[in-house]
Design a protein around this ligand. Sequence first.
Ligand SMILES: [Zn+2]
Ligand SMILES: [Zn+2]
Length: 435
Amino acid sequence: MRKIKEPGFLVLLIVLAVGIAIGVYVSKNQSSKPMILSAEAAGGQVKSATGVAPDRYVYYPGTEALDKNEIRVTACGTGMPAARRGQAAACWLIETGNGDKFIFDIGTGSMVNIAAMMIPYQYLDKVFLSHLHTDHMGDIDALWAGGWTSGRPNALKVWGPSGQTPEMGTKYSMENFLKFANWDKVTREYKITPIPGQIEVTEFDYKSVNQVVYDENGVVIRSWPAIHTGDGPVSFSLEYGGMKIVYSGDTVPNKWFVENATNADLVIHEAMMTPNQYMKLYNQPAQLAWRTCCEFHTSPQSFGKIMSTVEPRHAVAYHFFNEEDTRYGIYEGIRETYDGPLSMATDMMVWNVTPEKITERMAVSPDDAWSVPGTAKQPPPDKGRTNPISKEIEAGRWVPGFQAQDKMLDQFGKENKIESQDWRPKMYEELKKEQ
Ligand SMILES: [Zn+2]
Ligand SMILES: [Zn+2]
């Protein structure tokens, strides 16, 4: 019996040894690929409870409290003005160890990614706009109205730059956004509650260099001018706990950025696709392709030059469609001029920044996120407002349709002690008489 068993055991050992050898070879080869920087390159491998985690470790939203001396940066939009499911337009969520949350740009489509972080809307009330291209502010409507219907009790606060004329500034943009959304605003003010529909705008001078635009609870946010497609765009820095995060917005290489981003911890800067990629994949004529890349935006080579000059602890490139067809051309361009730590950003990439280390991970988030309750609740609907539905239209409510829900609503009213139930039967009675 023994003689029969031993060869089998040896074969098993040989199979195992070969398997391990192949595994080591494959993982070595994988980690040497330049594709996207790993947590290892970002400052040491991340350890999970069961050992050393794979390079692309995950972040589960809502499961990790930040240390006091920690900042979490989430890429909620890294793409282009053209909408795609895989990448929203520019948006960065920055959370600081004191519990504060800041949204830097809120480009088209980005709100679904912000929502997937499952942060109560109460805390998603501070938005900083780098400039007024829609790929940097186009989802303000989704935060404004979606937060309003999901329990945000407070007004939205928006910080943004002035322009060459008042009509080119953030105040004008937001005031006229509220006009664009006037029907929405008036009807929600009546049905829900008015305060969350307000937008408080702080417009600051786009020309001021390294000016403080926000200073509360140990968080200081500064701005300086960016050079893009017109006067007005700015870049931002956020300082907290002795650390500094810098966000370029859209800009060509400029002297203010180099001055003010030097020695920052995490530096996020745009890096565009190559002119050839714009022609091949974005249907642009050659005359536009090079301008888009390299005249009013920053080319990969220029991005690299900026980073090798400001020397951040970790660099982040964004504002390109990140896929097999584009990634390598951009990466190789950057590597011509920069060899430091780098992330090629895509949506839901997350960086944790502490004085000791910076890690890069991917968020694993629900597609079907609900709003999460905060500490404060909206008040019940205002009573004294004018009903935006006229008597003539109200009179068209069909009584049997409403009677069908009476039993269910009476029960709900009893359970929740709803005072406002008084208006409903009164309207019914009037309609019953007429119908
Ligand atoms: Zn822009
Ligand atoms: Zn842009």
